[in-house]
Design a protein around this ligand. Structure first.
Ligand code: NAP
Length: 522
């Protein structure tokens, strides 16, 4: 049987790379699903086409008109939801529920940004705050505005969310009026490719607004210019390379990084095992350890528990982890699929060996036999729980992210200062969560954790029914974090648009500025 080749959509046409290319696999069975190559594809003309064709066409539309196109894009995904979920299961190793998390997340984010567009209305520029009086006379003022950058938004995505990662970045950039060139992670790019085929067929966006580079990036990032934006999601070491590329260093292309994170869940001192909050905490930890086999940037990696409760938490979690059926997502009853690639499996196993130097293994399944998988096939890892001694330094637990179904219990003294000290050793995270009803504890810990995080989740039994948990990134809230997490920020409703726009202070007479803004589409 001839293997499908996945082409790139560059310069307004489908283009294939040279050579045999790389195989995209089903990570549960290792069956080859397609091949992809970006060798020989010319990135520079593709970027220029986006800048010169897509940029002006998008900037000619108002934010509301772009929002209408974002809405149509969301509707297109909704219409093809089942097919996209199927591809996510075969190429991503996702269970149906994991695949829905990605695809429905993409649809919900597109819908949310369509609403943001509708709310902002028929504007082309955004007025940022009130005019500031600059002298004695109210006539001389300064007014900040945001206007769309004239470059291309290059999006480099991680393997774990091929639909949501693509959509959440594209929705924001396109609404802001920037053309997008997206590069999915190669290993799981079947879904992003299909999504693009649908998008191109539907002709929703003006020519040059959306481009797709399949396969390796090559010199893509080196070619960026000063009006371009690079939004990257992936590992910290790749981010470090991208920060040093000439477009960023020499020409001032803007870069946003979403990288690693050692997210923590802290159980408060007031929580008893018979409470709703305790149950909520256990559910969130279990979901984060096993959903997408733990390959979620927001997944809980460190579990802080008051010393007196650590034995109970350990037993409860180990019990629930034992009940998780691991195997081929196609097989009835499977709750956790494989890791995405052989490399991820190696990285997870290496990472666990490192953590095991600082902690004790509490739950693992050596010799795991995944359900519905040919003998010896698939990139499976066992759900793994570790525990460190109270007061132990455990440096690897606070510095090494194992991107798989693993987490470590860290007993603490039950007081907010120690919880904050331990969590902040992670050196900057996307999200950490506090499970407590004790207002004094929650207040001290929240404000202590805030400088080290992009988001702090307050878990209590009172919101258990309605909350998606800390692992779900919501379009209205910022996603990103300081330090290790990349020091970036995405989403956050209207806030997200600012990355793709230039903030400019306009200084002059108030009546003139008012006229300029009116004529310019504020
Ligand atoms: P990765 O190896 O850094 O790859 C991420 C993306 O970068 C892929 O599209 C990859 O393409 C591309 N890439 C690699 N080298 C490049 C280069 N020299 N120039 C341009 N692009 C390059 O990360 P990953 O293994 O896919 O993802 C796992 C990591 O991502 C984890 O550490 C996780 O914490 C992090 N992550 C963070 C978030 C967040 O929102 N903060 C979300 C998800 C994941 P190829 O696939 O073609 O190599």
């Amino acid at each position: 049987m001839k293997t499908t080749r996945l082409k790139s959509y560059l310069g307004g046409r489908w283009q294939d790379g040279e050579g045999e290319g790389e195989a995209l696999l089903n990570p549960a069975t290792e069956e080859v699903l397609a091949r992809v190559s970006s060798d020989g594809l010319l990135r520079a003309p593709a970027l220029e086409f986006a800048r010169t064709e897509g940029g002006p066409a998008l900037r000619a539309l108002t934010i509301k008109q772009r929002g209408d196109l974002v809405q149509k894009t969301g509707a297109l995904l909704q219409k093809n939801r089942d097919e996209l979920i199927g591809l996510s299961m075969t190429n991503g190793g996702n269970t149906r529920s994991d695949a829905k998390f990605d695809v429905d997340g993409a649809i919900a984010t597109l819908q949310a940004y369509a609403e943001t567009g509708a709310a902002l209305g028929d504007k082309r520029i955004l007025v940022d705050g009130e005019a500031i009086q600059l002298g004695r006379s109210p006539r001389l003022v300064g007014q900040h505005i945001l206007s769309t950058r004239h470059g291309v938004a290059v999006h480099v995505n991680a393997f774990n969310f091929p639909a949501w990662g693509l959509a959440e970045k594209a929705a924001v950039a396109l609404l802001a009026g920037m053309p997008v060139l997206t590069k999915p992670a190669t290993s799981s790019s079947l879904l992003a490719h299909r999504l693009f085929e649908l998008l191109v067929e539907a002709q929703i966006w003006p020519p040059g607004s959306v481009s797709l580079l399949m396969g390796r990036a090559g010199d893509l990032v080196d070619l960026l210019e000063g009006q371009d934006c690079l939004a990257f999601t992936g590992g910290a070491s790749t981010a470090a390379l991208l920060r040093q590329t000439s477009g960023v260093v020499m020409r001032g292309a803007r870069i946003n990084v979403e990288a690693d994170s050692l997210n923590a869940a802290v159980l408060g001192p007031d929580v008893t095992p018979d409470s709703e909050t305790y149950d909520f905490f256990l559910k969130d930890v279990l979901r984060d350890m096993t959903q997408k086999a733990g390959q979620k940037c927001t997944a809980i990696r460190r579990i802080l528990v008051p010393e007196a409760l650590s034995e109970r938490v350990r037993d409860d979690l180990a019990d629930r982890l034992s009940a998780i059926v691991v195997g081929n997502p196609d097989t009835e009853g499977v709750r956790m699929g494989p890791l995405a690639t052989a490399d991820q499996k190696t990285a997870v196993l290496d990472g666990l060996s490192l953590l095991a130097k600082d902690g004790r293994l509490v739950h693992s399944r050596p010799g795991l036999k995944p359900e519905g998988v040919p003998e010896g096939k698939g990139f499976f890892a066992s759900p793994t729980l570790l525990e460190v001694e109270p007061g132990a330094d455990a440096p690897s637990v606070h510095s090494h992210e194992v991107f798989g179904p693993a987490a470590t219990i860290i007993p603490y003294d039950g007081a907010a200062p120690q919880a904050v000290d331990l969590v902040s050793r992670g050196a900057g995270g996307l999200v950490s969560s506090l499970y407590s009803e004790d207002v004094a504890f929650v207040s001290e810990a929240t404000l202590g954790l805030a400088p080290f995080h992009g988001r702090v989740f307050l878990g209590s039994g009172k919101i258990a029914e309605m909350s998606p948990g800390p692992g779900t990134v919501l379009p209205g809230l910022v996603h990103g974090g300081p330090g290790r997490a990349g020091n970036g920020e995405e989403l956050g409703g209207e806030r997200g648009l600012a990355f793709y726009m230039q903030r400019t202070a306009i200084e002059g007479s108030r009546p003139l500025i008012d006229r300029v803004l009116k004529l310019g589409g504020a």
